[in-house]
Structures are given as C-alpha cells and as structure tokens.
Design a protein around this ligand. Structure first.
Ligand code: G3H
Ligand code: 13P
Ligand code: ZN
Length: 283
C-alpha cells in the first residue's frame, strides 16, 4: 500500500536502518524498484524528480506508482525529489504523492526556513510528509575546491534550528556526497554527520549516494542516516544492460528484449542497495 515518508522513517529510526529512495523515470524502473522491495522484504521510497515528471508526465508517474503500491503488501512512499517550485509541490500533493521534498537549499537560511515551513503546513494538512534540505549537495561536475566544498556543507547548529522551526519529517544534509557519477572516491565528513545527528532528532537523508562505497554507507547508517537516495547507479545498470542487449543482437527490434534485461539489471542493483542499507528483511 501507499504510506507516508514519516511512517516508514519512524520504523527505520526505531530499528536503526535506512530506507532506500530510488528515482524512477519510466514503467520498467518502477517495476524494478517494486520487484526488488518484494524480493528483499523491504519498505521502499519511489521518488520522481521534476525532470522525471516532465519526461513521463505527472499522471503517468502517479498512476504507475499507485498501481505498483496497490498490488503489493510492501509499504511504498510516493515522493517528489528536489521540488524547487512551490506550485509543482502543490500539484504533486493534489495528485496523491504521500511525500514531497522542498529543496530551498539555494536560499539563505531564513528564506529556506520560511519556504519549507509553508510547504510543511500544507502537506501535513493533506496527510503527506516533507523533506527539506540544508547545505548544498553539488554535482560531481562542479569544479570546486575542498575548502569551497566544505563551505557548502551543513552546519550542525543551523540544522538543529532548521529542523525545529520547519517541522520537516526528514532532513537532507550535505556532508561531501554529490549527484552523478564520481570521478574519484567521495570523502564523507562523518564527524559532521555525527554532530548533526546529536543535535537533530529528525531522520537524516543522504543524497548523491550512488558510487559511495558500501562500507561508508553502512557507517552513515550507523551514524543516523535513515533515507538514502539512489539514481545514478540505477541509470548505469539500466543503460549498460540495454547496451549489452543491443550489442549481443544488433538486429533486435523488440523493445521488450532490450528493456526486459535492463529492468532485471536495475532490480539486481536495487536489491544489493537494500541489503547494504539494512532495510532488507524488515517486513
Ligand atoms: O537529484 C537528482 C536526481 O538524480 C534526479 O535527476 O533531475 O536528472 O531527474 P534528474
Ligand atoms: P545519485 O544520482 O548520485 O544517486 O543521487 C540521487 C539523489 O540524490 C536524488 O535526489
Ligand atoms: Zn538529490
């Protein structure tokens, strides 16, 4: 069934694991996420970015995930990833999303708090959850130095204030991860994470988690991360399998013979992530 983010994170917090939040753009990826959750006995967050909604259409994304959730005993959250537009957030809530992210991280603290609080009031009144973001999670392509990167990281005291004043159900923080494919190995600031977790009772979200070594992910979960976002590793598995299917049979014209293996490959990587996050076998 469809449930809220607050519900699955409450359980995760009580038992000390993280729930995987996987980005979807099409039917095959939605099915891969659900198949993985069922195979692993894990609660799951299916999230769509504004780009995904632009690509597939809000009605299609909503219908795909609702259909998936209605046909399974696994708890499923339908979540907006990196909502930046207030009206888009409202459209998602009206369409039936059970959770939305409002990403006000590019604004000064006061403005971020005001915008996020406004979304929390509306979403909570509609029975949905909200994720906010404090600190800037960049892309791997950003050419910035270590000291510049550090300046974009989440300040623990600001995080405490942000969580208390906005009432968000989950807080995305910047501790050294980035969106997209890493060039080297990412260096996570675990001391900062520990400091944030000490001050902030709200469940913590790690973005840009593709390509982060499993051991680092496990450590982040031990230090309080409760939602882990994965997109790029699914893209890599999906498109790599597509390429292989086409290379193995260049004359193939049946989309099912190309996208079927891609769906299988995506399921495989998602199942692995669920085991690492600790959410596997929790149902
Ligand atoms: O946070 C970024 C996600 O990977 C979504 O990416 O905006 O290209 O859909 P996208
Ligand atoms: P990756 O693409 O690096 O896994 O990041 C996903 C993410 O943070 C979505 O919000
Ligand atoms: Zn993100």
């Amino acid at each position: 069934p469809l449930v809220t983010l607050a519900e699955v994170l409450k359980e995760a917090d009580a038992k000390g694991y993280a729930v995987g939040a996987f980005n979807c753009n099409n039917m095959e990826i939605v099915q891969a996420i659900i198949n993985a959750a069922e195979a692993e006995g894990a609660p799951v967050i299916i999230q769509a970015s504004q780009g995904a909604i632009k690509y597939a259409g809000l009605e299609y994304i909503t219908a795909l995930v609702r259909t998936a959730a209605a046909g399974t005993s696994v708890p499923v959250v339908l979540h907006l990833d990196h909502g930046t537009d207030f009206n888009q957030v409202l459209r998602c809530l009206r369409a039936g999303f059970t959770s939305v992210m409002i990403d006000g991280s590019k604004y000064p603290l006061e403005e971020n708090i005001a915008l996020t609080r406004r979304v929390v009031e509306i979403a909570h009144a509609m029975g949905a959850s909200v994720e906010g973001e404090l600190g800037r999670i960049g892309g791997t392509e950003d050419h910035i130095s270590v000291s510049e990167r550090e300046a974009t990281m989440t300040d623990p005291e600001e995080a405490r204030r942000f969580a208390a004043e906005t009432g968000v159900d989950a807080l995305a923080i910047a501790i050294g991860t980035a969106h997209g494919r890493y060039k080297g190995t990412p260096k996570l600031d675990f001391d900062r994470l520990a400091a944030i977790d000490r001050l902030v009772p709200t469940p913590i979200v790690l973005h840009g988690s593709s390509g982060v070594p499993d051991a680092d992910i496990r450590r982040a979960v031990e230090l309080g991360v409760r939602k882990i976002n994965i997109d790029t590793d699914i893209r890599i598995a999906f498109v790599e399998a597509t390429r292989q299917a086409l290379a193995a049979n260049p004359d193939e014209i049946d989309p099912r013979k190309v996208l079927g293996p891609a769906r299988e490959a995506a399921t495989g990587i998602i199942r692995h992530k669920m085991q690492v996050f600790g959410c596997a076998g929790r149902l």
